[in-house]
Design a binder for this molecule. Structure first.
Ligand code: AMP
Ligand code: MG
Length: 480
C-alpha cells in the first residue's frame, strides 16, 4: 500500500509573507522507532506496511503526495524579552490533513533541517527531546488534556551536537494548528494590518467559527487557555517555557521541552534548567497566561477601528481571565475531591488540602489517587506525618455526607479524574537513556503504561512509584 495523506493545505494559501516554502533536508539513514497507529487511523492517513518506506516519509526524505512543505514565521516574548522574529527553525509543516470527521490537523516534522528562521541552530533535534515530546504529549492526550500529538518518531542515522553528541531524530507532530500568540505578534510588530486581518480570519474559521471578530477571538482563546491551564495544574503539570511563541490560539498544549509533572507537591516547583528565576513555576502559570494573552490583545488591537473602545473592551476581556480560570480551577478541584454538588467552602477545602500536601511533601498524583480509592485514609501514607491529614479527612467526610452520590459512584468518578499513572520524570529519563543505548523496550513499556492512565493495573504498579533519591530528576532541558 502506498502512503495516502488527505491533504488540504490552507495555511499555504495565506499570503507569501506568512512562511517560507522549504522542503525537509534529507537524512543519512532513517529508522522508524515509533508509530502511532491509532492516531494515523483517526487522521485518515494510510501508510505503507514497510518500515523502511515509513522511515523515508517521517524523516522527510520522501514527501507524501499532496504535501506543500513550509516553515512558518512568528515572533514572541521569550522569558519576557521580545524577539521580533522567530519562526520554525527546525520544523517543517508538510501540510494539513482533513480527517474523516472533517477535523483539520497540521502534520509537521520537527527536526527536519535548517530554514531561514534557524538563526544559530542546526535545524535538527536529538533523540532525547523527540522521545520526551512523544511520551509526554501522548500521555497528556490519554489524560484528556488538549495537546499536540505525536504520530511518529525516526532516528536519522546522523549525530547532532549538543552538550554531547546525540543521535539525531525527527518527530512528526500533529496539531489542530501551529498558530501561536507569536504569529499575531509578528505581524502586529510590523504594523501589517492586512496580514493580521487575514490571520485573524483564518484562525476564527479554523478554531472558533462562532467568534465575532477580533474581540470574539480573544475571548474564545482566553476561555480555552483558562481551561487548559486549570487542567495542567490539576495534574501537577509544569510547562516550563510558556513563551508567547509556545502558546497556541487553539488552546492545545504545545512545545514539550523542559516540561515535567511534579512528584511531591509544591506550588513553587520549577524543573527547567533555563528558568533561573522561576518565572514559569507551577503556581505562576495562570498569571503568565494572562500576561501572554495581554500580548495577544495588544497584537489584535490594530484591527479595531475605534482604538479607545477597543482598549476598553480588550482590557475587560483580559481582566475576565481570572474569572474563567477560577471557575475552571474550582471545577477541577471539585472533581478531584469527588464533589458533585456545590457548597460554600469547597474551594477552601481543596486549597487547604494542597497546603497540607505542600508542607508534607506529599506525592501529588498518589495522594489524589489514594483519596479516590475505597479506603481514602490510605492517602495519609503519602505524608511525612500521616496524622497531619486527619483533621482535613474529617472535614472532607463531613462535606461528603451532604452528597447524594454513594461511595462506589464517587470513587469511580474520582478515579476517572485522578490518574494512577503520569509520565514521571525519572521514567522518561530512563526510557531516553535506554534508547541512547539502542534499547527501546523501556520506551515501549512506558507508552503502554501511560495509555490508560485512569485504570488500576497491579501489573503496572512500578509506574506509580515516585523516584527514589537516586532516581530523582531535579532539572529538565530543552535540548535544542
Ligand atoms: P523553543 O524553545 O523550542 O520554543 O524554540 C524557540 C525558537 O528556536 C523557535 O523559533 C525554534 O524554531 C528555534 N529553534 C530551537 N531549536 C532549534 C534548532 N536546533 N535549530 C534551529 N532552530 C531552533
Ligand atoms: Mg517553541
Amino acid at each position: 500500500m502506498t502512503a495516502h495523506f488527505p491533504f488540504d493545505n490552507s495555511y499555504g494559501r495565506l499570503p507569501a509573507r506568512f512562511f517560507t516554502r522549504q522542503a525537509p533536508a534529507k537524512v543519512a539513514a532513517p529508522r522508524l522507532i515509533a508509530l502511532n497507529h491509532d492516531l494515523a487511523a483517526r487522521l485518515g492517513i494510510t501508510l505503507p506496511a514497510d518500515h523502511t518506506e515509513m522511515a523515508q516519509i517521517f524523516s522527510g526524505n520522501a514527501l507524501p503526495h499532496g504535501a506543500d512543505p513550509l516553515a512558518q514565521i512568528y515572533a514572541g516574548h521569550q522569558f519576557g524579552g521580545w524577539s521580533p522574529q522567530l519562526g520554525d527553525g527546525r520544523a517543517i509543516l508538510l501540510g494539513e490533513v482533513v480527517a474523516p470527521d472533517g477535523a483539520r490537523f497540521d502534520i509537521q516534522l520537527k527536526g527536519a533541517g535548517r530554514t531561514p528562521y534557524s538563526r544559530m541552530g542546526d535545524g535538527r533535534a536529538g533523540l532525547g527531546p523527540v522521545l520526551r515530546e512523544y511520551i509526554v504529549s501522548e500521555a497528556m492526550a490519554a489524560l484528556g488534556v488538549p495537546t499536540t500529538r505525536a504520530l511518529a518518531a525516526v532516528t536519522t542515522g546522523e549525530i547532532v551536537l549538543r552538550e554531547a553528541p546525540l543521535p539525531g531524530a525527527v518527530l512528526t507532530r500533529v496539531a489542530s494548528s501551529h498558530i501561536r500568540i507569536g504569529t499575531f505578534q509578528y505581524f502586529a510588530a510590523r504594523r501589517d494590518t492586512e496580514a493580521l486581518q487575514a490571520l485573524c480570519d483564518h484562525t476564527i474559521a479554523r478554531h472558533y467559527p462562532a467568534a465575532d471578530g477580533p474581540l470574539g477571538l480573544l475571548q474564545a482563546v482566553i476561555g480555552a487557555q483558562a481551561r487548559l491551564i486549570a487542567q495542567w495544574m490539576g495534574l501537577g503539570f509544569i510547562h516550563g517555557v510558556m513563551n508567547t511563541d509556545n502558546m497556541t490560539l487553539s488552546g492545545e498544549t504545545i512545545d514539550y521541552g523542559p516540561c515535567a509533572f511534579m512528584d511531591d507537591y509544591h506550588p513553587e516547583t520549577v524543573f527547567s534548567s533555563i528558568d533561573q528565576f522561576g518565572r514559569y513555576a507551577y503556581a505562576n502559570q495562570p498569571q503568565i497566561a494572562v500576561w501572554n494573552l495581554a500580548q495577544l490583545a495588544t497584537a489584535l488591537l490594530p484591527l479595531i477601528p475605534d482604538q479607545a473602545e477597543g482598549i476598553d473592551r480588550f482590557t475587560a476581556a483580559i481582566e475576565g481571565f481570572s474569572t474563567h480560570f477560577d471557575a475552571a480551577w474550582e471545577r477541577v478541584l471539585r472533581a478531584k475531591l469527588g464533589l458533585a454538588t456545590h457548597a460554600a467552602g469547597d474551594g477552601d477545602l481543596g486549597r487547604d488540602l494542597l497546603a497540607i500536601m505542600a508542607a508534607q511533601r506529599a506525592d501529588f498524583t498518589n495522594t489524589f489517587r489514594a483519596l479516590s480509592g475505597t479506603d481514602p485514609r490510605k492517602a495519609r501514607d503519602q505524608l511525612i506525618d500521616p496524622t497531619a491529614l486527619d483533621p482535613w479527612l474529617d472535614r472532607w467526610q463531613a462535606r461528603l455526607a451532604h452528597e447524594e452520590r454513594d461511595m462506589p459512584a464517587r470513587s469511580a468518578a474520582m478515579q476517572a479524574t485522578n490518574p494512577a499513572r503520569i509520565p514521571r520524570n525519572h521514567r522518561v529519563e530512563q526510557a531516553i537513556a535506554a534508547a541512547h543505548a539502542d534499547d527501546l523496550e523501556p520506551f515501549t513499556r512506558l507508552m503502554a503504561a501511560l495509555a490508560h492512565p485512569f485504570d488500576d493495573d497491579p501489573a503496572l504498579a512500578t509506574y506509580t512509584l515516585p523516584p527514589s533519591q537516586a532516581e530523582r530528576v531535579t532539572a529538565t532541558f530543552c535540548g535544542t
